[in-house]
Write a protein that binds this ligand. Structure first.
Ligand SMILES: [Zn+2]
Length: 317
């Protein structure tokens, strides 16, 4: 079995088994059988949480000359899943570039006009339909083809947030939202990505407050320990320990999800403490949220805004 040529880690294919993804796929294949599947679809979902798996399975089924059904194990479908089928092109940013180039867009337009080599259709998957990395020039080179793809072709544009996709592209595509995974499906994905047991994965998801992207990120495998450490440090900081305050801020700057993790820790402390003590933790959480919002706009670093917010809350106690 040759290695994958896809621009995604192999874990991106796991959601193909998720019930919601399979249902959506089934509906699209019904539409296709009725000749009613739109030629350009925008597949909306977070990276690694089903949009890639859905696009590949749909592409495989559209191209397949065997069953043409979800999960088909034929050689053609397997090649689509490895990114080596000549009729399925995945367009992604080149390793040494920041954007999908206008040359890539021109190549897509030229290739899509050709009839399928061996499958029933040709499919182009644009790995990121946001602008950037889909540059405005590259996007406008694609517009005419997206508006009216050849009868033998289907376009699948992947995006996390349609508001970051050029309106000219949004207006030419039909939006499909990837349904969120069930808790056990998400835990199984987290276990595969973070290489841990199912029980540990469930713990990671809880520590991330249900934020799947946070649990899947680098460093997500240490979330429960980081959350506990931040909780202890924040409690000491708000009790007036200046060193703990500095260490809380440093731990936040270093944690995946940063401020979110600390806000969750402060809310847990508030819930446990109750009474007047709770108020200080709630104040600190609010101050941190406000500081984090300012930080994002003003490009300040999290460590210094966290020091400010926590010191303010500690002084009010
Ligand atoms: Zn097949």
């Amino acid at each position: 079995m040759s290695t994958s040529q896809l621009p995604w880690p192999s874990s991106a294919l796991l959601p193909a088994g998720w019930a919601g993804v399979r249902r959506l796929l089934g509906r699209c294949l019904e539409l296709h059988a009725a000749g009613a599947l739109p030629g350009t679809l925008m597949v909306v979902g977070a990276p690694g949480l089903g949009r890639e798996a859905f696009a590949l399975e749909l592409a495989a089924a559209l191209v397949c000359r065997e069953a043409g059904a979800a999960g088909c194990p034929c050689a053609s479908c397997e090649r689509v899943r490895r990114g080596v089928h000549p009729d399925v092109e995945v367009v992604a940013v080149a390793a040494d570039k920041a954007q999908i180039s206008i040359e890539q867009a021109h190549a897509v337009v030229a290739n899509i006009a050709q009839l399928p080599y061996e499958g029933r259709r040709r499919v182009v998957i644009v790995a990121d339909g946001h602008t950037p990395p889909l540059g405005a020039d590259a996007a406008s080179a694609l517009l005419k083809t997206l508006e009216e793809p050849p009868a033998h072709a289907t376009f699948l544009l992947l995006a996390g947030n349609p508001r970051r996709v050029l309106p000219t592209i949004v207006s030419r595509s039909v939006e499909l939202r990837i349904p969120p995974p069930a808790a056990d499906e998400l835990a199984a994905l987290v276990a595969a990505v973070q290489r841990c047991s199912g029980g540990r994965a469930a713990e990671l998801v809880t520590a991330a407050d249900g934020d799947a992207e946070l649990a899947l990120r680098d460093g997500g495998d240490t979330l429960p320990e980081r959350a506990r450490a931040i909780e202890e440090l924040a409690a000491a900081a708000l009790a007036g320990d200046g060193l703990a305050l500095l260490r809380t801020a440093a731990a936040l700057a270093d944690a995946p999800g940063g401020a979110g993790l600390a806000v969750a820790a402060l809310l847990r402390l508030a819930a446990r403490t109750g009474g007047d003590g709770a108020e200080a933790f709630l104040d600190a959480a609010a101050a941190l949220l406000a500081a984090d919002a300012r930080r994002a706009v003003l490009h300040l670093d999290l460590e210094s805004v966290a020091v400010g917010a926590l010191a303010q809350a500690a002084a009010r106690r």
